[in-house]
Ligand binder design. Sequence first.
Ligand SMILES: NC(=O)c1ccc[n+]([C@@H]2O[C@H](COP(=O)([O-])OP(=O)(O)OC[C@H]3O[C@@H](n4cnc5c(N)ncnc54)[C@H](O)[C@@H]3O)[C@@H](O)[C@H]2O)c1
Length: 285
Amino acid sequence: MAIDSDYFRGKNVVVTGAASGVGLALIEELLGFGAAKAVLADFNRDNLERHTARLEQSYPGQVKGVLCDVTSESQVTDLIEQAAEFSSGRIDLLINNAGAGFGGCFVEPSTETEIVKIMPVVSTEDWRTAFDLNFYGAMYGCRAVIPIMQAQGGGQIINVISGIAFVPMAYQSRYAATKAALNGLTLSLRYEFWDDQIKVSSATPGTTATAIWGDLEIPETAQTAQQSAQRILAGAVKNDRVIFGDDADVSGANQCFSTDPEIMIGLDEYLLNVARQRRTGKIAV
Ligand SMILES: NC(=O)c1ccc[n+]([C@@H]2O[C@H](COP(=O)([O-])OP(=O)(O)OC[C@H]3O[C@@H](n4cnc5c(N)ncnc54)[C@H](O)[C@@H]3O)[C@@H](O)[C@H]2O)c1
């Protein structure tokens, strides 16, 4: 994908969930595009130390790893303070990327199915855990960085959502709800801070081969984390309102709010088929 790589030259960037997958690829691309300082935040100490040390070899003095659990507001506030200190007070781009997939049955299924073995019934506490990571983690990041960006006269924030925000699949109600909520927060903040020259966008990575899939089979159509990162950054350059990480996400979003009866019926059929296949133990997408 063609990208105006000069856009990122000299910028100070922070990415959460940066010790793996899409977050790590975003950091690598940003450094490759000439970012001045890059802060990797993650709660996986081993991966964080390993990748920070590796990148430090190629970009001496430009990289910092901060151990941070984004479900803790004080840790996120501390992350942003440490990042600002590392980057001479200026943060140009924050990507709130840390997140997880969160499958599960909403309540006990009415009939015996395979899905409960793969995705057990979740509790209200499990719902809070999902919101703590996928929603509040990003919300804390926005709260902490916006005052810095206001004071410096602008900046950019990208909150990583998922195509599931537009195509909510069965047995992933927590994932769909947390990412749709994050999209709502993001697009509202976009206009609240537009006149402060702070660009705010949502980004779906598209179906991407990363550790997020765990033991589940990764779909054949999955792209690499680098491809996903490049597409997200191309959208960042254009300040797209919602950045779509692959073409399937574009089509899902277009269909989501369509009032065309044929499209509405087609989407129902597709999502019902996914639910029924999942009940047989096949994690269809
Ligand atoms: N891979 C996909 O197909 C896909 C599709 C749609 C959306 N996404 C979204 O992309 C983002 C990145 O996911 P990925 O696919 O790279 O997965 P990944 O598992 O490879 O990376 C997620 C990273 O977040 C970190 N993390 C998890 N909880 C954390 C916490 N509490 N505090 C700090 N860091 C934490 C993990 O340690 C990991 O390094 C997520 O928000 C995910 O929901 C991924």
